[in-house]
Design a binder for this molecule. Structure first.
Ligand SMILES: Nc1ncnc2c1ncn2[C@@H]1O[C@H](COP(=O)(O)OP(=O)(O)OP(=O)(O)O)[C@@H](O)[C@H]1O
Ligand SMILES: [Mg+2]
Length: 404
């Protein structure tokens, strides 16, 4: 049977089995993979390690704030240091505990503290997964540290989410965490916060800043050359030899380096380009594949953002599409019409105006203040993504299926 007569499913399956594979180890291109070599981060590794060294000598390290733009290696470096310290701790009998949690992955503050509690060894009876007040959970954590005379380090990755999610309580609990030592008779608690939001400090209570930021380490953006080196290393272990064109590597480094020096984006770009090249059954990843990958990632980002909105936000976005470039009032009218068509009760203009500002933050629409003489000012909105993307994506919502 020749390949041309195969049905489309068989054709794909056949190609997958017999076809060329450019990537030899996919996990190496996944963002959770921990590489053996960390490049261009010696100084940062030294600073963070220095800051935590007292723990090995049974003293309390200062609280530490690590920040820098996304993809600059913060999580990688801190986790690597934690595991190296851990290795040494295990050879001693010192009561030292290093615990790590990411606040973006925890849906609540409660969850975050429970996570720390489990890592300190508290079971469900000692620390039930629901039902206690935050301050009670906190008290139990401190009690455990006190009883065990433990020296502990709590690492909160993406700490800005904590403040974002629960602004008031978030600040409060951070304050209490940074000052926990005042309440401990035995043992110590050091807080390490990691953030990629450089404005995050502005939203913090000044008392929290002064104690959390006892020490600070800033991770700068990678340059194009530095990204190049990081990519080269990954290519060597993840791809078969010669599978990535030099020019493709250069372009990938340039694109990611120029934008924000984000190593994660560079690696993602490389992975997606590799997948495209494989799907096309090419021998090599070329510049063209990198460009296609960048386009695809941009579209995927928009699609995911659009899909994740609740119904009324989607209706507002459709309203902006229908009344593009117009003022809030006109968009509201278009939105109301759409509500009628899909038999939904419309929300107030005030709420819709608020939604427009929220959607603007995601970059799917953009707003511009227009002065109208004696009529004051109004804000006009337009879509920044293609109407085609909006239609294709929102069509998947059953309620909207018929109006698109
Ligand atoms: N110096 C480096 N050497 C090798 N790989 C690196 C280096 N820096 C970053 N990476 C890789 O880039 C990706 C992003 O790094 P990491 O997750 O540490 O970034 P981050 O600073 O924590 O970003 P975010 O603020 O978005 O969480 C990871 O896959 C990591 O392995
Ligand atoms: Mg991180």
């Amino acid at each position: 049977m020749s390949v041309t007569t195969l049905d489309p499913i068989d054709k794909l399956l056949e190609a997958a089995l017999t076809g060329k594979s450019l990537i030899k180890n996919r996990t190496i291109l996944h963002h959770t993979y921990v590489p053996n070599n960390i490049y261009h981060r010696d100084l940062e590794q030294e600073k963070v390690t220095q800051s935590l060294i007292p723990i090995l000598k049974q003293f309390r390290p200062s609280n530490l704030l690590v920040y820098g733009k996304p993809g600059t290696g913060k999580t990688l470096v801190v986790r690597r240091i934690l595991s190296k310290i851990q290795e040494r701790v295990e050879k001693t009998n010192f009561p030292i505990k290093l615990v790590y949690a990411n606040s973006k992955e925890e849906t609540t503050l409660y969850g975050l503290l429970i996570n720390f509690g489990r890592q300190l060894g508290l079971n469900e009876k000692e620390l039930p997964p629901t039902g206690l007040s935050i301050s009670e959970v906190f008290k139990r954590l401190l009690h455990t540290i006190d009883q065990g005379k433990q020296n502990t380090v709590f690492v909160i990755d993406e700490i800005d989410f904590l403040v974002h999610l629960v602004s008031k309580t978030g600040n409060d609990i951070l304050y209490q965490l940074t000052r926990a030592n005042d309440r401990l008779q035995n043992g110590t608690l050091t807080l390490v916060g990691i953030s990629n939001d450089l404005t995050f400090k502005e939203r913090l209570d000044p008392r929290v800043i002064s104690s959390l930021g006892e020490e600070e380490v800033v991770f700068t953006n990678y340059s194009v050359d530095q990204i190049h080196k990081i990519l080269e290393d990954r290519i060597q272990s993840a791809f078969i030899e010669g599978a990535v064109d030099k020019s493709a590597l250069n372009l990938c480094a340039a694109m990611a380096g120029r934008e924000h020096g984000d190593a994660r984006r560079a690696i993602d770009l490389l992975r997606v380009a590799g997948e495209i090249a494989e799907r096309e059954q090419q021998d090599k990843v070329t510049e063209e594949h990198i460009r296609l990958a960048s386009q695809k990632m941009e579209e995927d980002k928009e699609t995911i953002a659009l899909q994740s909105y609740p119904l009324h936000e989607k209706l507002v976005i459709l309203g902006v599409m229908k009344a593009s470039g117009t003022s809030t009032g006109e968009i509201y009218t278009a939105y109301k019409d759409l509500c009628k068509t899909v038999r939904q009760k419309e929300l107030t203009q005030r709420r819709v105006t608020q939604m427009l500002s929220e959607i603007e933050l995601s970059g799917i629409i953009s707003g511009r203040i227009v002065h109208q003489g004696i009529h004051g000012r109004t804000k006009k909105f337009k879509l920044t993504v293609s109407p085609e993307t909006v239609k294709q994506t929102l069509k998947k919502d059953l309620t909207l299926e018929d109006i698109i």
